[in-house]
Every structure is written in C-alpha cells, then in structure tokens.
Design a protein around this ligand. Structure first.
Ligand SMILES: NC(=O)C1=CN([C@@H]2O[C@H](COP(=O)(O)OP(=O)(O)OC[C@H]3O[C@@H](n4cnc5c(N)ncnc54)[C@H](O)[C@@H]3O)[C@@H](O)[C@H]2O)[C@@H](O)CC1
Ligand SMILES: Nc1ncnc2c1ncn2[C@@H]1O[C@H](COP(=O)(O)OP(=O)(O)O)[C@@H](O)[C@H]1O
Ligand SMILES: [K+]
Length: 464
C-alpha cells in the first residue's frame, strides 16, 4: 500500500461541502446528517468526560446544530447539560435541532461555566475571527472548564490554511473532526489548538481528496533472496563539513540501506561505511539514491560537486546547501531528470529556492513541487510532502526536540534509504518522514542527531 492510500483523508471546507452535497443529492436530508454528527459528539462527550455537568455553546450555523442534537442526546442519558446560544439558528437544520432540544437556551454572553465545555460556535463556515467579546467569553469558559471539546474545529481558526484568526483562542483538549480531518487539524498554528483529534465517521465520501495525513509505512524485511545491493545502495556526496554528511550516511545505514557510500568524507564513522569518490558513484547503476546537500558547503568546490551530482542519472535527494546553490538553472535541470528528485527544504531554504511564493505552508509546498517537478518535503513541526501532481501529505506534529542541529541531515539519509530500497520519490519521502518522527519519539528529550540515527532501527521495526 502506498503512503497515499494509507493516510487518513483531509478535506478542505469546500471539499467537505461538496462531499455533503453528494449525500444530499443521493436523497439524505441535512437533518439526518446532522443527527449523525450530533450522535458522534454526544458519544465523545459521554466517553471522554462522563456524567458531569456540561455546557454546550452553539453558534448560528450547522456547527451549532450539531451542539443542539448532542445536548438532547446527553440529556436523555441523564447528564446535566446546559445550552447557550450566541445567536438564533440561521439554517433550517439548526432550527430543527434546537427544536429537538426544546430545553432552556441561555445567552452566551451571560452563561456560567461548567466542568465540560463543548464549543459548537463555528466550524467550517467561519469567515473571519471571532468578535473580541465572544473570544474573551469563550476563553473564560474554557479556562474554567476541566475538559474542553471542540466540534469539528475550535471556533476561530481557518479551516484550510491553519491560520488562527482569533486572539486568545483556547487550546482544546479534544476536537471531534466531522466526516474527515481538515487541514487546520494538522497545520500549525491552528493545530496547536485542537488537542487530541477524533474523527467522527458520518458517512461522507472522501475519495476525491488531494490531501492526506502521514501514515506509518509498511516495509518488508529482507528475505533469503536479498543481498546488500538489493536492499538499497545509497551514495552521499559530502563536502566542506564532513559531520553532516556522515550523519546522513549513518542514518541511511540505520534506516536499512544495504550499502552506503560516502564521498569527500574525512574518514571516521562506522566501519561499515564505504568511502568512495563521487565520480565512481554517479555511474554505478546500483546506486538507488544519491543524497547531496548535508555538509556540502556553498563555495566553488561545493558548486562543482553539485554539478557532478546533477549530471548523474541516479535518483537525487537535494537538501540543505545544495538547495541554496541549486538556483533556477538547477531547478530546471531537476525537472528534466528521468528519476523524480526529492527536495527537503526548511522554510529558509524554501524561500531562497522559490522567491515570491508567499502563502500558507501547504500552498507553498504544493507550488514548490509543481514548479520543480520534484517531490518537495517542506520541513517544520508540521512537515508536508507534496507531489508535482498536487497530492500532498501532512505529518502530525513531530516532537519539538527535533529542533536540534543535524536532525535534517538524518532525515535526508533516512529518505535516501527508502528511495534506494525501491520506493518512488513520494513514498520514500513519506516513509522517511514517518521514521524520522518516530525515531524522535523513541530518542526522547534532549535528543541529538546521533541519537536519532541510532533510534531508526526501532522505528523501522514498527513498519515490518
Ligand atoms: N452541512 C451539513 O449537513 C453538516 C454540517 N455539519 C456541521 O456544520 C458545520 C458547518 O456549518 P455551517 O456551514 O452552517 O457553518 P458554521 O456553523 O461554522 O457557521 C456559519 C455561520 O456563522 C456565520 N459566521 C461565520 N464566521 C463568523 C464570525 N466570525 N462571527 C460571527 N458569525 C460568523 C456565517 O455567516 C454563518 O451564518 C461543520 O463544521 C459541522 O460542524 C455537521 O452537522 C454535519 C452535517
Ligand atoms: N519545533 C520543531 N518541532 C518538530 N520538528 C522540528 C522542529 N524544528 C525542526 N524540526 C524538524 O527537525 C529537522 C531539522 O532539519 P533542518 O532544519 O534541516 O536542520 P539541520 O540542518 O540542522 O539538520 C526537520 O526534520 C524538521 O522538520
Ligand atoms: K466549533
């Protein structure tokens, strides 16, 4: 199964509306779909919070409608539940849901806090930040609650680009994503506010999505028929700073490559690492991935090494200094290569490589992939892998302990090992990214890049 098929779908607000419309066109009513959403919400509240006093705050749209439906169900279970409304329902379905609740509806501005706060103010229909008074009240209710639950999305974040539109927005404990994940559940800074995300399956079709969540890769263990080259041969083109290239090479070994060769290394590293000149590697058809950039430097020698690598027919992974040196001619060259290349920039490198692409991270990653004709992995705490055809995968937040020198070099080596074992560029980037995040979890607090490489085998074990 490819990384694409394995990941949970992520729908934008527009795609969600279209998916819901497909159900309505098939004869389902809005009320019936809302009944499913409200039931999923009631179950979540019941399971995670238990029979304690609950306040559900409802907005004017269908997000509020979900809140009324859940309130009625929870009352039936014997829970102490109160409802507060920001405004009267504006949709037929939400009005129907409020009628179904039938109980008292407090004014949001005056509502007293409860142990559990359920935010059903706004979901995918939010068009701007919350008014200050509303934001302040929501924050106060959240601060006074023991458990905070957001319906679909915390009210006050943009669904599609991960922007937080509201100052002082609470960080929720739990978010019930209705039908599918939305980009905001995974893109920062919005993702910082969602807490644990549970997807409530309400039956909306998700196959039209162009975006998925990063999933654990399925990788096979070597068999009796394997030999070192069939497991994947990685070449790392070193340069001015041998430590970084050594980290990438070691990571490739620990990620399961059968043969790793380093050029321009200063010696050192594991005995199993082979030191060979780059010229001897670029024509070696057994090389399944050539990684260039970590420790390359930016001087004329580095440019020469990059030119040699770009002239090779080996599948390329371009990282760090090589991204900065690449420039527009290098990008053109990459796009023309037979084997699709992988680019792994962080934000700074991305900005240098693609001046003028200024929008949200997801759009930037996609635009960079489209422009370069290469798979682009935009690094960060919410790393994104984008294919030139528009598909993209977002990784759930990785441990922030990764913010440490050399961890990007380890990522480059890990992805190179995946590429060399035969995965296509997109799957290799996804698999390497997953292993990297998992290795970080295993290595734990205050990890250094060396620990990360050492933890890769235990991450790999989980994929076999
Ligand atoms: N369409 C459906 O059948 C279903 C929708 N679902 C729920 O419905 C939500 C989407 O519903 P809606 O499209 O009605 O949108 P919302 O309920 O998110 O809110 C839309 C309303 O809020 C107003 N509004 C937007 N931003 C505002 C702001 N900052 N301040 C004040 N008012 C603002 C809009 O003018 C509109 O009246 C989803 O997130 C989900 O919770 C679920 O019930 C599943 C079924
Ligand atoms: N705050 C953070 N939370 C999670 N992951 C992070 C964070 N900061 C950096 N990372 C990850 O750590 C790695 C750093 O790579 P990079 O910026 O290339 O550093 P270096 O060049 O020192 O190796 C990337 O995989 C990135 O996604
Ligand atoms: K909400």
């Amino acid at each position: 199964m490819s990384a694409w098929d394995a990941g949970r779908p992520i729908l934008t607000a527009g795609e969600t509306r279209a998916a819901e419309q497909a159900l309505f066109d098939g004869g389902m009513s809005v009320e019936a779909l809302m009944a499913r959403a409200g039931a999923a919400l009631a179950e979540l509240v019941w399971r995670h919070a238990g029979p304690v006093d609950t306040l559900i705050v409802c907005g004017p749209g269908n997000n509020g409608g979900d809140g009324y439906v859940a309130a009625a169900l929870l009352r039936r279970l014997g829970m102490t539940v109160r409802v507060a409304a920001l405004a009267a329902p504006r949709t037929d379905a939400a009005r129907h849901a409020r009628d179904g609740w039938g109980g008292a509806v407090e004014a949001f501005a005056e509502s007293a806090p409860a142990t559990v706060l359920v935010d059903a103010l706004f979901g995918t229909g939010l068009t701007r930040g919350l008014d200050t008074a509303v934001a302040t009240k929501l924050a106060a209710l959240a601060a006074a609650a023991t458990v905070t639950i957001a319906v679909d999305l915390p009210s006050g974040i943009a669904t599609d680009d991960g922007a937080v539109l509201t100052e002082g927005l609470p960080r929720f404990d739990l978010t019930l994503a209705l039908g599918a994940l939305k980009p905001a559940h995974r893109l920062r800074p919005a993702a910082d506010h969602v807490g644990r995300v549970v997807v409530g399956e309400i039956g909306i079709p998700t196959d039209a999505t162009g975006l998925r969540e990063l999933a654990r890769p399925r990788l096979s263990a070597p068999t009796a028929a394997d030999h070192k080259y069939s497991r994947g041969m990685v070449a790392v083109a070193g340069g001015a700073m041998p430590g970084a290239a050594l980290l990438a090479a070691t990571a490739a070994q620990r990620a399961g490559a059968g043969y790793v060769a380093l050029s321009n290394g200063a010696g050192g590293g594991p005995m199993a690492l082979v030191h060979r000149p780059l010229e001897a590697l670029i024509d070696d058809k057994r090389v399944g991935a050539l990684a260039i950039g970590p420790g390359l430097g930016r001087d004329s020698a580095a440019r020469d090494i990059l030119a040699v690598a770009l002239g090779s027919a080996r599948p390329l992974l371009v990282d760090a200094d090589a991204l900065v040196l690449l420039g527009q001619p290098g990008l053109k060259r990459l796009g023309a290569l037979e084997a699709m290349a992988i680019l792994t920039p962080h934000e700074g490198e991305f900005a240098k490589l693609f001046p003028g692409i200024a929008s949200d991270r997801l759009s930037r990653a996609r635009a960079g992939a489209a422009r370069s004709g290469a798979v682009l992995l935009l690094k960060g705490s919410d790393s994104i892998v984008a294919h030139p055809d528009g598909r993209a995968v977002i990784a759930p937040a990785a441990p922030a302990w990764l913010a440490s020198a050399g961890t990007g070099d380890v990522l480059a080596g890990t992805i190179a090992a995946m590429r060399a074992r035969g995965l296509d560029a997109f799957d290799a980037a996804c698999a390497g990214l997953w292993l990297h995040g998992e290795a970080a979890r295993i290595a734990g607090p205050a990890l250094i890049a060396d620990d990360l490489a050492a933890a890769l085998p235990r991450a790999l074990e989980q994929c076999l």
